[in-house]
Design a protein around this ligand. Structure first.
Ligand SMILES: Nc1nc2c(ncn2[C@@H]2O[C@H](COP(=O)(O)OP(=O)(O)OP(=O)(O)O)[C@@H](O)[C@H]2O)c(=O)[nH]1
Ligand SMILES: [Mg+2]
Length: 416
């Protein structure tokens, strides 16, 4: 294990947003797998910032296989393939296996080979639970022994565990054949990830440093040998698992029927009804398990055709949505235009009103000035008259002029 290598995937190479790029033969492709919540999307997001959606709740987050692209060097793209975990809370294992198998077969058929696989595991998990072990089994079957040396086994969340506990869990994983042991014995490398860019980048750099590419069992079996999915190693593993589960449910169903007969003999209606409901539930589960097994009896070409049909339906749905959104945008645009015209009309009216107001203010100022001049004039005339002790014809005419001017100014004030 090498924790000292300097990261040479620098933050500047991280792409700012997810721009899906078609994968070419020259590109580097790395698949990221692991149970739900192990940190696959978070790991990928370190390099394609904000791209892969991370989950923060209890539900599985990534529900389909999707690749994210970042640039390794000018002209060379790196695609990180995000996958849903087999224990997804929203989709069946067969649907997930089909999706992963389809991606791997399609790329392989186009002679695009994987440069490596990264398998993530949460070091904070105190035990390798049934579902973790199951996930690992499918993963190993998917890859096949000859690809083990291209696998990076990465335990995540080292920032959330004390070093000693983490180390002892890691030792158990690597020393137990049915966990990581058999893969490590055949060349898989073990790494630790603490959630930081530096640790993710150091791991990716080391995965990239080995130049050889690999072909997985599922790729050879589906494309070269043209097997149906249920005839591949991974498919057979899943089929066997589904069969075991079905047999278990059938055994329980038989016991349930016996218990129900007994409850009816003892006239315990309540217990019989509860058992009847449980029985219906089990029968539905068994039918679903049969449907899942049937679902895997499909070859690469048919899987491809099914996916294309699904995509065409999606595109049709998008087109309908696009049209309705375009209609909505047009309506909003028209509304906006009519509002803008209204605002413009109000604006020009306001402009006219403000001009009229300014004219009136100017006239008022002039009238005030005139009034005060005439008042002064009147005062002067009155003073002169008092001084000369009489009223001349000239003075009377001046007085009339003053009074007349004042009246017109007052009239203007009232108008305003
Ligand atoms: N502290 C810490 N948190 C991490 C680390 N890796 C992932 N997480 C967090 O763990 C949660 C689950 O991570 P995801 O990347 O969504 O896990 P996933 O494997 O993609 O899960 P699915 O899409 O459901 O299969 C997210 O909240 C991550 O931010 C880590 O190394 N340290
Ligand atoms: Mg995810």
């Amino acid at each position: 294990m090498d924790h000292t290598a300097r990261p040479n995937i620098l933050p500047e190479t991280v792409t700012a947003a997810y721009i899906p790029q078609p994968i070419t033969r020259e590109d580097v492709v790395i698949a990221v797998l692991g149970v739900t919540g192990s940190g696959k999307s978070a790991f990928i997001s370190q390099f394609c910032s904000g791209a892969a959606q991370e989950g923060h709740g209890l539900k599985s987050c990534t529900s389909e296989v999707r690749h994210y692209t970042c640039m390794l060097s000018p002209g060379q793209n790196l695609h990180l393939v995000d996958t849903p975990g087999f224990d997804d809370t929203t989709r069946s294992d067969t649907d997930i296996l089909k999706d992963i198998a389809l991606f791997l077969s399609t790329t392989y058929q186009r002679k695009i080979y994987l440069s490596g696989l990264i398998y993530l595991h949460r070091i904070i998990d105190p035990r390798v639970t049934g579902s973790i072990a199951r996930n690992l089994r499918f993963f190993k079957k998917l890859c096949g022994d000859d690809s083990f040396q291209r696998i990076a086994l990465v335990s995540t969340m080292w920032d959330r565990v004390d070093a000693q506990t983490g180390a002892s869990r890691e030792a158990e994983l690597t020393s137990t054949g049915s966990f990581w042991g058999d893969m490590v014995a055949r060349g898989s490398k073990v790494y630790r990830h603490d959630g930081s860019f530096d640790s993710a980048s150091s791991i990716l750099t080391q995965v990239l440093s080995a130049s050889q590419r690999t072909v997985l069992h599922i790729q050879r079996q589906m494309v070269d040998q043209r097997r149906d999915l249920d005839q591949t190693d991974a498919g057979m593993e899943l089929e066997a698992e589904l069969l075991r589960e079905k047999q278990r449910m059938q055994r329980e169903l038989t016991e349930m029927k016996e218990e129900m007969e007994e409850a009816m003999r003892e006239r315990d209606g309540e217990a019989a009804e509860a058992l009847r409901k449980q029985q219906l539930d089990y029968e539905a589960k068994i039918r679903e398990s049969d449907r899942q097994r049937e679902n895997m009896r499909v070859g690469f070409e048919k899987m491809h055709a099914e996916k294309e049909k699904e995509m065409r339906k999606l595109v049709e749905k998008w087109n309908i949505e696009k049209k309705s959104i375009a209609r909505e945008i047009n309506e909003k645009q028209r509304l906006l235009e009519s509002l803008a015209a209204q605002v413009e009309r109000m604006g020009s009216q306001m402009q006219k009103d403000s001009e009229r107001l300014q004219t009136a203010q100017r006239e008022l100022e002039a009238a005030k000035k005139e009034l005060s001049e005439r008042r002064e004039e009147y005062t002067r005339v009155a003073r002169r008259e008092r001084e000369h002790g009489g009223t001349s014809g000239n003075a009377i005419s001046t007085l009339f002029t003053v009074i007349g001017g004042t009246a017109s100014s007052l009239a203007l004030l009232f108008l305003l």
